[in-house]
Design a protein around this ligand. Structure first.
Ligand SMILES: [Zn+2]
Length: 106
């Protein structure tokens, strides 16, 4: 499925549809793994979070997640879903974009 991805990559850099994309990714994880939306979001957060965000800092240690319980398999699966939605490999830009949406204070 080779094809020009330049336009799509440029789109990822845009801000207007980042939230939509992240919502889509969460929805697909939810479907694929048959889990709740919150759980799907947590899995995605584990993949993109390096434990330095406000979300993480503001929580008591017991409420924080353990990133290590995200298995290699789950990691690959989620990265594949991300790729399907964004048309981009899971890279640092994609990671930051997703994290910016997930950790945005509600
Ligand atoms: Zn985070």
């Amino acid at each position: 499925m080779a094809g020009p991805t330049f336009d799509k990559l440029a789109k990822i850099m845009g801000t207007e549809d980042k939230e939509d994309r992240v919502n889509k990714i969460i929805g697909k994880i939810e479907e694929r793994k048959n889990v709740t939306r919150d759980f799907a979001e947590l899995k995605l957060h584990k993949l993109v979070c390096k434990g330095k965000c406000d979300w993480y800092r503001e929580r008591e240690p017991a409420e924080r997640f353990n990133k290590d319980d995200l298995t290699e398999e789950e990691e690959q699966e989620i990265k594949e879903i991300v790729k399907g939605v964004t048309d981009s490999e899971f890279n640092e830009t994609v990671r930051k974009d997703i994290h910016a949406v997930l950790c945005h204070p509600i």
